[in-house]
Design a protein around this ligand. Structure first.
Ligand code: ADP
Ligand code: ASP
Ligand code: MG
Length: 406
């Protein structure tokens, strides 16, 4: 009999009605396979718990991070127990497991812990007894037994880690969408479902803002060769298969678009035009663990250098503070908020030139200003005003997937 890991996101368990519907689906899966269900918290619950915690303790500290993890991880525990109860009530033997019980070991980096190991034995024993295991996603425990969470969207990564530990035959991620689309269907209604996608493309989509899967889940799946299926918990459509794909000349140039609405850029001008300037600016940011994305440097007619970089909007204040405190004599950073990043991703780009030009010309023809741009082997990203993000996605979708596009 096959072993299957099935992960259910917040919407799929967002109400008692959805939990019962998920139990019904698991009942069918249980008739044909050994099943481990991995659950997120009920939709909105993690945000609610985070808001409660922040109200009580608005600051930032390592001690508070520990308590925040103890707090938010309860969302998954509640959900696992409710789903196990729903299964039992429809006659399916089921048992819930929290991180302590199925021994998901992580490091002690609260709020962004990384998985060290999963002991598959407690789950394997329950499966051998014919039970459905209902497991908390998102949670782990560090070596001292403290609860630690895997970061937002971390249940996807829990599911893959459990599939690896159990050598499962498949890992399915159930969502409120039919699969991975050519663009977020909430932004472009013409978006269509993709049948197959490479790990590399999915990683680029996840890292440039698409929230369909947590990037670490895709990294882990790729490393261990676990095929992932993203499918709907609302219907029986087959969904999108994410797996290894060889380069294929017939591959479309662009496979999908992603967007990230929370971007800002920081500019510093009047710097000495020396090769060191860039590292002098980036060093304090690296030391303070602030990732920058787009970077440009430019020497003006006055012979001085200006450097511009983009960061996530929520990190911009920290970036400015870091520059001020490490470069007190340096120029004043200028900040521009309200930006978005739109990205076109496709392994087909490896074999074809001209995608970047097509992205830029489509945007400029629609009078969408491009603040910064970046092109790599399989992606082209542009930083644009957030207010024009939906327009930009629609224009690019039409250019690459519309009638007559290739
Ligand atoms: P879950 O709670 O199940 O983990 P998420 O809300 O994290 O689900 O992810 C599903 C959402 O991701 C969809 O509702 C959709 O709006 C969004 N999304 C963004 N980009 C895409 C895409 N390319 N294809 C499908 N969904 C996408
Ligand atoms: N409940 C957590 C979150 O909302 C983890 C997850 O859903 O994957 O981020
Ligand atoms: Mg998610």
């Amino acid at each position: 009999m096959k072993t299957r890991v099935a992960k259910f996101g917040g919407t799929s368990v967002g109400s008692l009605e959805r939990i019962r519907a998920t139990a019904e689906r698991l009942k069918h899966l249980h008739a044909e396979s050994r099943v481990v269900a991995v659950v997120s918290a009920m939709a909105g619950e993690t945000d609610r718990l985070l808001a409660l915690g922040r109200e009580v303790y608005p600051g930032i500290s390592a001690a508070a991070d520990r308590e925040m993890d103890a707090l938010v991880s309860t969302g998954e525990s509640v959900c696992a127990a409710l789903l196990a109860l729903a299964l039992q009530s429809s006659g399916v033997p089921a048992c819930s497991f929290t991180a302590h019980q199925f021994r998901m070991s992580t490091d002690g980096r609260f709020t962004r812990a990384r998985i060290r190991s999963v002991d598959g034995l407690p789950l394997a024993a329950a499966l051998a007894e014919g039970k459905v295991c209902v497991v908390t996603g998102f949670q782990g425990t560090d070596e001292r037994g403290n609860l630690a969470t895997l970061g937002r969207g971390g249940s996807d990564t829990s599911a893959v880690a459990i599939a690896i530990a159990l050598e499962a035959d498949c890992c399915e991620i159930y969502k409120d969408v039919d699969g991975v689309f050519t663009c977020d269907p909430r932004m472009v209604s013409a978006a269509s479902m993709i049948q197959r996608l490479s790990y590399q493309e999915m990683m680029e989509l996840a890292s440039t803002g698409s929230k369909v899967l947590q990037i670490r889940s895709v990294e882990l799946a790729m490393k261990h060769g676990v095929p992932l299926v993203v499918r709907s918990s609302f219907n029986n459509k087959p969904g999108t298969l994410i797996c290894e794909m060889n380069d294929n000349l017939e591959q479309p140039l662009v496979t999908a678009l992603s967007h990230d609405l929370n971007q800002a850029k920081v500019s510093l001008s009047g710097l000495p035009a020396s090769p060191e300037s860039l590292s002098v600016v980036l060093e304090p940011l690296a030391r303070d663990d602030i990732s920058v994305d787009f970077i440009t440097q430019n020497v003006g007619a006055d012979g001085l250098m200006s450097i511009t970089f983009s960061v996530e909007d929520k990190l911009v204040d920290r970036a400015v503070l870091s520059l001020h405190s490490h470069l007190p004599e340096g120029p004043n950073p200028q900040v521009e908020r309200g930006l978005a990043k739109v990205t076109a991703v496709g392994i087909g780009m490896r074999n074809h030139a001209g995608v970047a030009h097509r992205v830029f010309s489509s945007l400029t023809n629609s009078n969408i200003p491009i603040h910064m741009a970046l092109s790599t082997e399989i992606k082209v990203s542009c930083l644009i005003p957030a207010a024009r993000c939906q327009d930009a996605l629609q224009v690019l979708h039409e250019a690459f997937f519309g009638t007559g596009a290739c």
